[in-house]
Design a binder for this molecule. Structure first.
Ligand SMILES: *[C@@H]1O[C@H](CO)[C@@H](O)[C@H](O)[C@H]1NC(C)=O
Ligand SMILES: *[C@@H]1O[C@H](CO)[C@@H](O)[C@H](O)[C@H]1NC(C)=O
Ligand SMILES: *[C@@H]1O[C@H](CO)[C@@H](O)[C@H](O)[C@H]1NC(C)=O
Ligand SMILES: *[C@@H]1O[C@H](CO)[C@@H](O)[C@H](O)[C@H]1NC(C)=O
Ligand SMILES: *[C@@H]1O[C@H](CO)[C@@H](O)[C@H](O)[C@H]1NC(C)=O
Ligand SMILES: *[C@@H]1O[C@H](CO)[C@@H](O)[C@H](O)[C@H]1NC(C)=O
Ligand SMILES: *[C@@H]1O[C@H](CO)[C@@H](O)[C@H](O)[C@H]1NC(C)=O
Length: 588
């Protein structure tokens, strides 16, 4: 048994309040506690006592730092816990235990808020728990365990994922051991059990999507923020687990969180793990960026759908109640397919999507659970939609595109958005429309007839634009600034005049709605609205402080111009009279 007294032997990136964007409040609290940790003398005393008492826990000691030893010692596991986790030195089988308790191979990543996302490896066939009695559990080296709550089935790879809460004592660890997932409430640890370092959410390959020619990786960490992209030559892609069999290929693009890798010259039918590797430099050794992503060749994912001219994509979280109006309106003016990136909504999104599909709207839901990765999600959508959509409109569900010129039309038509786009042979690859930001317009709750009827008063100034892009001419890097994409060299980008087309952005809604929406900002590069760090950001709401408390006179704010154009248009197109007024087609 060896005990190292180095303060840290970790080569993993440090999890600090600064570096883990999006960590919850309790996360930063824990980081602060770490600095005020207890006196060394007491710690050493406990280490010695505990090592002699619990010496058989040899697995604790080998790669561990003084921190790890100290935390075990100071937590002093109770007797009963130790008894129920006696290490079985005979059983070296890692996967199958005599009485049906089974270890499940899985990847994991530490999530903001001290949850671990545990993703079952593709070779395991674990479906979400079917029976209420089925229990999955995360086990840690010290014998602690936490319940593995079913989280989701990840798209494309169909991997079942769970969430486990990281036990308190490991929150101070560097590195943190990856828990073992097992299909029972008890599990016998073996002394040979290895505890690889748990990847942290700020430094991990989290998703991959294949094209005909390459594979696109989505990676947190190497490129931080705008303008800090490292050259592609400083990376390589690694296909397969780290070993002699892994194959390395060139990285052809490295922008934001998006990396593109040449395909390896191999034929596979089952997914294989894919990593990104930072190539050695004068100063640093080769370093593998941890990964929870798999490479699946494109041909195995074929989901044949007819190619359409116009699709729309959006990223949503708990916005089911707006979605119906948004889809029905935009479908009527020419959007043929909707690709909804769902950030783990727990509202009635599935039901709303199902009903829309049963009404012959073409709505596809893609689960995108990765926190604060809106740019990456948009780049992903550009690749995902490329086979089946010629043009892609990127619009939020509180945004509605229209042309003031349509007010003469008695009916909407599917040629309407088309008429705002350049002809097929134009060199214009992207058209953007400025937006108008609407205020709460005296509403105190979500208007029954929908946002287009309820919100009528807005700020005067034009705001940022939203875009419709021709996917075939999007830059290889997939660079996106949310509001528009970078285009291949020879293609042009046009910003439409507001008389031609404009986006009504129902941004400042009734307080109840607004509060829920602004508690979570989705962009990777936008500050949290509750943080004081960037008071001038355009993403900040003017007049709103740093607390989610309804400002005085909220209902009347942002009201400079009455703008009834879309209200009138949608009432004409989608309204029908009822006894005491009218109803809109999307009301159910
Ligand atoms: C399975 O093994 C665990 C760990 O040894 C033990 O606690 C449990 O009682 C066993 N269950 C059954 C049904 O034998
Ligand atoms: C799962 O947990 C529940 C509640 O804790 C328990 O009643 C049930 O017996 C467990 N099922 C299995 C298969 O261990
Ligand atoms: C994932 O599941 C879907 C639907 O069950 C299936 O069509 C698809 O082939 C599966 N994909 C993989 C990679 O297993
Ligand atoms: C998704 O929602 C979580 C909260 O559940 C939030 O922390 C995260 O930033 C959101 N991410 C995106 C991409 O919407
Ligand atoms: C442009 O292309 C689309 C689909 O590729 C086709 O439906 C449409 O008729 C074309 N329009 C013109 C003006 O050629
Ligand atoms: C909101 O209410 C105020 C006071 O009743 C009124 O003056 C204003 O016109 C209303 N605004 C809208 C957009 O209805
Ligand atoms: C879409 O596919 C075309 C043809 O393969 C390719 O040139 C283009 O770069 C792709 N666009 C995106 C966004 O993947």
């Amino acid at each position: 048994m060896t005990l190292s007294f180095k303060t840290s032997s970790s080569s993993s990136p440090r999890l600090t309040p600064k570096s883990i964007a999006g960590a919850g409040d309790d996360a930063s609290q824990f980081f602060h506690h770490k600095t005020s940790y207890r006196a060394h003398t007491t710690t050493l005393f406990f280490i010695l006592v505990s090592l002699s008492l619990f010496g058989f826990f040899s697995l604790y000691c080998s790669p561990n730092t003084i921190y790890r030893a100290a935390f075990f010692a100071t937590t002093r596991p109770s007797k009963s816990r130790i008894v129920s986790y006696v290490i079985n030195t005979q059983d070296s089988s890692h996967h199958q235990l005599s009485n049906g308790s089974r270890r499940i191979r899985a990847e994991a990543v530490l999530w903001p808020g001290w949850d671990i996302l545990v993703i079952v490896s593709p070779e395991e066939k674990v479906m979400p728990p079917q029976l209420p009695g089925e229990n999955y559990t995360c086990f840690y080296p010290n014998g602690e365990k936490s319940i593995a709550r079913f989280a989701a089935i990840l798209p494309f790879s169909n991997r079942t994922s769970f969430r486990c809460s990281l036990p308190g004592i490991y929150r101070h660890h560097h590195p943190i051991p990856t828990p073992i997932l097992a299909s029972s409430k008890t599990f016998q640890l073996s002394p040979e059990t290895r505890w690889p370092d748990l990847p942290l959410w700020n430094f991990v390959v989290f998703e991959a999507i294949s094209t005909e020619n390459d594979v696109v990786l989505f990676v947190k960490g190497p490129n931080r923020g705008l303008g800090s992209n490292k050259p592609p030559e400083s990376f390589r892609c690694v296909f397969g687990e780290e070993s002699d069999t892994a194959i390395r290929t060139a990285v052809t693009s490295s922008v934001q969180e998006v990396f593109r890798c040449s395909l390896p010259d191999i034929t596979i039918d089952t997914p294989i793990k894919i990593y990104l590797e930072a190539v050695a430099t004068d100063k640093e050794e080769t370093k593998t960026i941890p990964s929870v992503a798999y490479y699946t060749p494109k041909h195995t994912l074929a989901e044949p759908r007819e190619k359409v001219l116009l699709c729309a994509t959006t990223m949503v979280y708990n916005v089911a109640k707006y979605l119906r109006e948004w889809v029905m309106y935009h479908a009527a003016i020419g959007i043929q397919r909707f690709i909804i990136y769902d950030n783990g909504s727990d509202d009635e999104l599935n039901d709303v999507v199902e009903v829309l599909n049963s009404e012959k709207y073409d709505v596809i839901k893609v689960l995108w659970i990765w926190p604060k990765t809106q740019e990456a999600g948009f780049s992903h959508a550009a690749v995902y939609g490329n086979d089946t959509c010629t043009w892609m409109m990127y619009l939020d569900v509180d945004e509605f595109l229209f042309s003031p010129a349509w007010d003469k039309q008695s009916q909407p038509s599917d040629r309407m958005i088309r008429s705002l786009l350049p002809s097929n042979h134009s060199m214009i690859g992207q058209v953007s429309f400025k937006s108008h930001e609407f205020g709460p317009s005296n509403q105190t709750k979500h208007p029954r007839e929908g946002v287009t009827q309820g919100y009528t008063c807005r700020r005067e100034e034009d705001q940022r634009h939203k875009s419709i892009v021709r996917l075939s001419v999007v830059e290889h890097s997939l660079y996106t600034a949310i509001h528009h994409f970078g285009l291949k060299g020879e293609y042009e980008w046009r910003v439409a005049d507001t008389e031609e087309g404009v986006v009504n952005h129902y941004k400042y809604q009734a307080w109840r709605e607004f509060k829920a929406k602004f508690k979570r900002r989705v962009s990777a590069y936008v500050v949290d609205w509750t943080r004081v760090s960037n008071p001038k950001s355009r993403d900040r709401t003017p007049g709103l402080g740093f607390k989610p408390v309804e400002p005085d006179g909220w209902a009347y704010k942002f009201c400079e111009v009455m703008d009834l154009r879309l209200k009138r248009l949608t009432k004409k197109w989608f309204g029908y009279p009822v006894k005491n007024g009218y109803r809109m087609a999307w009301q159910r």
